[in-house]
Design a protein around this ligand. Sequence first.
Ligand code: PLP
Length: 418
Amino acid sequence: MHHFDYQNQQLHAEEVAVAAIAEAVGTPFYLYSTATLTQHFKAFDNAFGDLPHVTCFATKACSNIAILRLFASLGGGADIVSGGELFRALKAGIDPQRIVYSGVGKTEAELAAALKAGILLFNVESEQELDALARVAASLGVTAPVSFRINPDVDPKTHAYISTGLAKNKFGIAIDQALAVYQRAAAMDNIEVKGVSCHIGSQLTQVGPFVESLRKVKAFLARLAEAGIAISHLDLGGGLGITYNAEAPPHPEAYAAALKEEMAGLKCTLILEPGRVIVGNAGILVSRVLYTKTNVAKKFVIVDAGMNDLARPSLYGAYHAILPVNQQRQDKVVADVVGPICETGDFLARDAEVPACEAGDLLAVMSAGAYGFTMSSNYNSRTKVPEVLVRGDAFHVIRQRETLDDLVRGETIPEFLR
Ligand SMILES: *Cc1c(COP(=O)(O)O)cnc(C)c1O
């Protein structure tokens, strides 16, 4: 469900014509719907309604502080993976006691910042990270709340780059080695063992792997209990998929029901880290056609957005539907929709059925709200595009288009070249 629909053959975000926003802010730009974001957050969070739980939005999926603030206003927390995301989450007004910190490579400076902020949990991914955390906590005279990320060795049946819970992946601590780590941590000063966490991957379209991993974690919890280690928080990560094309992922209700069934009898606060499922279909990338051409047998639609603006097609071969902003463009052609970047891998769609468009037309790249803007870069010295948030009949620029001066900010020519 989302709020990008045609009214009088013009694509609208809620009550605002997408073309009118393009007129005001230029192209390309990311566009989000407050109603969709709100609806998706609530559908997910309410699905766990009666269980004690915290929905910690996975900041890396869409990290604009306006969007984080919206989730904070709905009672959400944040799953962060860097000091930069900590900064954003705090700036957005997210309660530190609703922030969990994941990731394999936290630096001591990042650990210190999160300790000072007083976050809910560190999801620790290695013994050396535990030692670093204990050291930093001691130097600050505080105790670090810790959960270890367990790698359950479960196949999430998704793209290899976003599978994280297989034994061969870099994430977490192998479930067979984890008990010893817990025992060591439990005896350490400045460390308070509170939780167990896992996150097996992204864009999962079945509940099976989630359940399989929860069963392994439950067996592990039993071993911890035997060892006298009590756990108050169970973090099941994120990863629920969305429909980009023909995928049929479980509804959050079904996902929650499956987890709740497995959780029966466990007295833990559940932590969830959804990212994509909340924001993926709540955002689009709007781009303008620059040129069209046919080379030998292939048609190309050249647009003003490239792989630096939306990396997913190039990085994962990901599919994004591309719709005309003006629905009167009803004819379809099979073409590649490509950007201006000097890379053959620079495409938004390949051999896809796309609107038969002309230079000047606006196109909407759908389902771009997750891992869209956050993965964008300045490659080819392109300025990062604006982010716009619609609410009802009004729109708000929540991040301005970068300027050319932004592009070279911080760069200097050393004395010897002057
Ligand atoms: C990326 C990530 C998430 C969010 O994944 P989605 O597929 O966007 O829900 C949650 N937890 C951790 C630890 C992550 O790295």
